[in-house]
Design a protein around this ligand. Structure first.
Ligand SMILES: *Cc1c(COP(=O)(O)O)cnc(C)c1O
Length: 407
């Protein structure tokens, strides 16, 4: 019989959200009258803004007339959108990124997961801990992770703990990894890194010939002046960093799917003979071979975000979530909880009280307050003893959930 990719067999079942669902169901069956408020969701709840909806409708009509019909488009995305990304998201902010450094895709999950295709299977990887699980699991699938140890860590991955002990600021690696994943604003902790901190990482990667994979899926939530929204705000980052962006959390595209990845021309790795190899043509080749482009309709929808109305409307939606986060942060602190995030991020990260485990706190919040969140231990070993609540809810539910904490 043929052999399978055994790396998949070594991946433990991802039981986090199914276990959450199981416990919630058991509770609601036992307490049918309970009004359970779900604050564990990592999905947005506000609808797409009117500017996007109008553009989507127009694009649908385009597809219904021979003169404006669009079939296969460019795999790396239409120029009408890439040019606006380059000018609005980068050049207008003083960052020199050109259209052919932008690769439009169906989202940042695919891109952060697929990027390993253009890296050696021997690359050593470092991640912050807790972490967005995609970075770890896709490296397990590619055979880069080594073996799973009893402490829940993979032997070939360096974990950079982010806890109250270091103020959620990861230390530079000790194992000289080739590839480092950073996500800021962070999922799950909701924390950000200052310009000075990000400068350290860019400097580290330049000095050590490492690649920085920077996930900026939450950049639109940054409101604190001076906090970078792009890694390319840091001098020299174009030589070491790939940036991933998504329209999911910033504009509600989780259902219709769209994101993009920036691979600068200056960014080079090493070939087998030691000579420098540019990553931009490699990623272009990867995408044109394995991906057939995001749909014309969704790209027209995203284009509308770069009009004055689209910009204003999508900002209002992000503001709505940020106001929820503010309410959560204030209420939780008033109730005596130690928490971070929630300022430049839709996530509030709570330290569990009384040394409760993440799951013990989950049960306590569910049973006492009928609030559902996500146990921090599901995001990595250093997430144990923490808990994530999200601001992706209605104002009404957010206020109701938080008022229960005062009882
Ligand atoms: C939600 C999220 C993404 C976005 O994924 P899409 O595939 O674009 O919807 C990427 N990275 C992180 C850390 C996320 O939380």
């Amino acid at each position: 019989m043929f052999a399978v990719n055994d790396n998949f067999s070594s991946l433990p079942a991802s039981y986090l959200f199914s276990e959450v669902a199981r416990r919630v169901q058991a509770y609601t069956e036992a307490h049918p009258e309970a009004d359970v408020i779900r604050m564990g969701i990592g999905d947005v709840t506000r609808p797409l803004c009117p500017a996007v909806i109008d553009a989507l409708h127009r694009a649908v009509d385009d597809e219904g007339a021979a003169a404006t019909f669009h079939g296969y488009g460019p795999e790396q995305g239409y120029s009408f959108l890439a040019s606006k990304i380059a000018s609005h998201d980068y050049r207008s902010r003083g960052i020199d990124i050109s259209e052919d450094e932008i690769f439009i895709s169906d989202g940042a999950k695919s891109d952060t997961g697929n990027i390993g295709d253009i890296l050696s299977p021997d690359c050593r990887v470092a991640v912050t801990d807790p972490v967005y699980p995609v970075y770890v699991d896709t490296n397990v699938m590619a055979g880069r992770a080594g073996t799973l140890q009893p402490d829940g860590r993979w032997s070939n991955i360096e974990y950079l703990p982010c806890t109250t002990d270091n103020g959620f600021v990861p230390q530079l690696p000790s194992s000289s990894p080739d590839v480092i994943y950073l996500c800021y604003p962070n999922n799950p902790t909701g924390t950000v890194l200052t310009r000075e901190e990000l400068e350290k990482w860019v400097e580290y990667c330049r000095r050590n010939g490492a690649l920085l994979l920077f996930d900026a899926a939450y950049e639109a939530f940054v409101r604190t002046p001076g906090i970078p929204r792009s890694i390319y705000e840091i001098e020299g980052a174009k030589e070491v960093a790939i940036e991933f962006r998504s329209f999911s959390k910033t504009a509600g595209f989780t259902g219709i799917r769209l994101g993009y990845t920036v691979v600068p021309h200056e960014l080079k790795g090493r070939g087998a003979d030691g000579s420098p190899v540019a990553l931009n043509p490699l990623w272009r080749r990867r995408q044109t071979t394995k991906f057939n482009g995001a749909s014309y309709i969704t790209q027209r929808g995203a284009e509308a975000l770069y009009t004055p109305e689209g910009e204003r409307q999508s900002r209002e939606t992000v503001d709505y979530y940020l106001a929820n986060a503010r309410i959560m942060l204030d209420s939780l602190r008033e109730a005596g909880y130690e928490c971070t995030g929630g300022v430049d991020s839709p996530y509030v990260w709570i330290k569990t009280p009384d040394h409760l485990s993440s799951w013990e706190f989950f049960d306590l919040l569910l049973n006492r307050y009928n609030i559902v969140g996500t146990p921090g231990s599901g995001f990595g070993p250093s997430g144990e003893g923490y808990f994530r609540l999200t601001a992706f809810n209605t104002r009404e539910n957010t206020v109701r959930a938080m008022s229960r904490l005062r009882l």
